[in-house]
Design a protein around this ligand. Structure first.
Ligand code: GLY
Length: 350
């Protein structure tokens, strides 16, 4: 019996893997359809086509009880496709200098922090007028409700409309705040994220989550908001301090460890160029988010190390931020990592 079960499991795993590949392919095409429809001003939803598709696919299934289940499954896939088409999120690998070519005729508010502004004010001032720039204090403490309210008040005072655009330029604190503001102002306005840290490139700016800390709890308030675009400008990595850069490396290790053994091994053996490593981590995260956008199952894998990590981070925040977010999560992961894997983690060159 045991052997039989193992055989069935192997077969079902094989089918699941094939289904996953097909599903991802379908969703990729669905996104392309969305882009085409957007460019050509076409409706996203074509009810007749959906009905025809469902009829055609369901006809070959003979058992009535399975038909219902299958229909439910098809409905889910179609809903997800429509979500993807209407919530297009494009990753663009380009310099921020070209940002204007990615939106047209919009009132813009760029949100950034003092650290980023001090480093890049020449660039930023060339691209945006001073009244389009909002600068906050750097650091996790800025993820608070007062900053949200202050920025919303400013948007109201300056008559920003439904058609306006928020650009978040910075690390995870900035992308989280910007995402939340863009999701609640007038029930949602457009958002472009330009992550400047490695961690925000591979995590915070991908996957819709945003949030602020409240009552001493991290991300207690937040929403899901899809950015229209995330612009990845690798040149920002050049000015990162080593500890901040490493926060991103810990995140990449986490994604690879949880979802791609090959990439994990390549990373350990230093077989991945920096840009390829980042692109691979982003693609993996996008795929995971595509399959489980609202964090109900598969996406939980990305929370690896977070339970203990967040507790460590909360203590650290009270102690003048001794450990950064990525470092705390890394300790959280370490607690659960198999003793057999640990030595390989410490054998990397850096
Ligand atoms: N950082 C975890 C997630 O995006 O789900």
């Amino acid at each position: 019996m045991k052997d039989e079960l193992i055989k069935y499991r192997r077969n079902i795993n094989k089918i699941d893997r094939k289904m996953k590949k097909l599903f991802l392919k379908r969703m990729d095409i669905s996104k392309k359809i969305g882009k085409y429809k957007e460019l050509n001003n076409l409706d996203y939803i074509d009810k007749n086509r959906e009905l025809e598709l469902k009829k055609e696919l369901i006809n070959d299934i003979n058992k009535d009880n399975i038909k219902d289940l299958y229909l439910k499954y098809l409905n889910n896939i179609i809903d997800l496709s429509v979500d993807l088409q209407t919530n297009n999120h494009t990753i663009i690998y380009d310099t921020i200098d070209n940002i204007k070519s990615y939106y047209k005729n919009k009132e813009v508010l760029l949100i950034t922090d003092k650290n980023v502004y001090n480093l890049y004010n020449n660039k930023i001032n060339k691209l945006f007028n001073s009244n389009e720039i909002y600068i906050i204090e750097p650091g996790e403490q800025s993820k608070n409700i007062n900053n949200i309210l202050d920025i919303i008040k400013l948007l109201i005072d300056k008559h920003y409309s439904r058609n306006s655009l928020i650009i978040g330029l910075g690390g995870g604190v900035i992308t989280d705040l910007s995402g939340m503001i863009a999701s609640i102002y007038k029930r949602g306005i457009d958002l472009i994220l330009v992550p400047t840290t490695l961690l925000s490139m591979v995590d915070a700016s991908i996957g819709m989550k945003n949030g602020i800390n409240f009552l001493d709890t991290k991300n207690l308030i937040g929403t899901y908001k899809q950015a229209c675009k995330t612009i990845i400008d690798f040149s920002f990595l050049k000015t990162l301090d080593k500890r901040i850069y490493n926060e991103g490396i810990f995140e990449i290790i986490k994604i690879f460890l949880a979802f791609s053994k090959d990439d994990y091994n390549n990373l350990l053996n230093n077989n991945l160029k920096e840009e390829d490593m980042i692109k691979k981590a982003i693609k993996l995260k996008q795929n995971i988010v595509m399959l489980d956008p609202y964090d109900k199952s598969l996406r939980h894998g990305l929370n690896f190390g977070h339970t203990i990590g967040h507790a460590i981070e909360s203590c650290s925040l009270k102690e003048n931020n001794i450990l950064y977010h990525g470092e705390s999560i890394a300790y959280g992961m370490l607690y659960f990592i198999d003793e057999k894997i640990k030595p390989s983690l410490f054998s990397t060159k850096e």
